[in-house]
Design a protein around this ligand. Structure first.
Ligand code: PLP
Length: 402
């Protein structure tokens, strides 16, 4: 069989690659600290598990309506209203995971040849899906000197008459950066001026540490040009449940429902019943998780920032730190990919190279701080040893006149 170009052009995702390389080393008896995968180290809220088990026992195991259970679609609309985003149930589309919602959102607007403005660094699926749809990614750099902010001047530099979509993600993977409420109007004005559709990936929306998360879809005139992508994977620690959703512009629900029908038929019915329990609260376990991640963010950034040649801003949300190792690596010839390889093979700690998230990631690594405290600290010590070895190698090289 000959694969289509679309299929054979897909690249793997680093997080899953490194996870499998780490697993292979564990089989050899090594004890690996996992900083590679964005998987919360906690269980979903207890009442969500209860509701799901009950749904299974009550026989909620058949097909559901393609776009989702009406009561869950209504709950998504209400959940969006908590973020001040105007929403009705007709606009809420349920999908088997945030990525499935993301794919539907991107497929709904990207035509062959369209350009998609995507953050570098950013979630790798944006580029992969764009290519799959015969579109073209144009990267905009995040401002590493300003906590990885989105700068409108940078967006202006890359927009062309072919640009159709602006991808936003905050709190951000991989940097932990956020987009402040006061920064959104200028970005919205840019999108409107260039007549762009905004796809805003808000799957870490409940994990912003300071201040309430603000969605660009809440700004005047933006709901009709914005698709919100969200889901339960991160906010509710429900990665394996595969429950995502999109909030699409008013009047577009039926078109998405047709896409869903021919793509995945529907999302698991009993998982949707559980999702209803998640989205209608209580939210105290989400708040507790957010507080725990916020404390870890301070700790991890503090430890990393104190290491020679390393600087690390304190993440404003999500659960990732993105230390800048450019000073450490300068003159060593070592790339972030090579550093990540050495961290795993020589120091038993799995991290992702910044370049897994776009060309702007050279000199950075991503650390998902989703481990119990003692494991987290062991991993940080092992990383510090790795950095010291790399730094010592550079000095030795310099002394030898290399
Ligand atoms: N968007 C962002 C920014 C992510 O970090 C992820 C997962 O890591 C997703 C979307 C997709 O989530 P899932 O893999 O649960 O579908």
């Amino acid at each position: 069989m000959t694969l289509s170009d679309r299929f054979s052009d897909l690249s793997p995702e680093s997080a899953f690659e490194v996870l499998s390389a780490a697993g292979a080393r564990e089989k050899l008896g090594r004890s690996i600290v996992h900083f590679e995968i964005g998987q919360p180290d906690i269980q979903p809220p207890a009442h969500v598990i209860e509701a799901t088990v009950r749904a299974l026992r009550d026989g909620k195991t058949g097909y559901a309506p393609a776009a989702g259970l009406p009561e869950l679609r209504e709950a998504v609309a209400q959940y969006m209203k908590r973020r001040q985003v105007p929403a009705t149930a007709e606009q809420a589309i349920i999908a088997p995971g945030p990525k499935a919602a993301l794919f539907a959102a991107m497929a709904s607007v990207i035509r062959p040849g369209d350009e998609v403005l995507a953050p570098s660094v950013g979630f790798p699926a944006y580029t992969q899906i764009t290519r799959f749809l015969d579109g073209r990614t144009t990267y905009y750099d995040l401002d590493a000197s300003r906590h990885f902010a989105v700068r409108v001047e940078e967006l202006e530099r890359h927009v062309t008459p072919k640009t159709r979509v602006l991808m936003l993600n905050a709190p951000q993977n991989p940097t932990g950066g956020i987009i402040g409420r006061d920064e959104l109007p200028a970005i919205a004005e840019f999108a409107a001026r260039h007549d762009l559709t905004v796809i805003t990936d808000e799957i870490y929306g409940d994990l912003q540490f300071d201040g309430d998360f603000a969605s660009i879809a809440a700004l005047p005139g933006m709901a009709e040009r914005t698709i919100v992508v969200d889901g339960l994977s991160k906010n509710f620690a429900m990665t394996g449940w595969r429950l995502g959703f999109a909030l699409v512009p008013s009047g577009q629900g039926a078109a998405f429902e047709r896409f869903v029908t021919h793509n995945f038929s529907c999302t698991s019915t009993f998982v949707q019943v559980g999702a209803l329990a998640a989205l209608t609260g209580p939210f105290d376990e989400v708040a507790a998780a957010r507080a725990r991640y916020a404390a870890r963010a301070q700790h991890v950034a503090g430890v990393l920032d104190a290491l020679p040649g390393v600087s690390c801003h304190t993440p404003g949300g999500a659960f990732y730190a993105f230390p800048d190792l450019r000073e450490l690596l300068a003159g060593t010839g070592i790339t972030s990919r090579e550093l990540a390889r050495r961290a795993l093979e020589e120091f038993d700690v799995a991290v992702l190279p910044g370049t897994a998230f776009g060309p702007g990631g050279e000199g950075f690594i991503r650390i998902a701080y989703l481990q119990p405290d003692e494991v987290l600290d062991r991993g940080l010590r092992q990383l510090a040893a790795c950095f010291a070895a790399v730094g010592a190698g550079a000095k030795a090289g310099a002394g030898a006149g290399v």
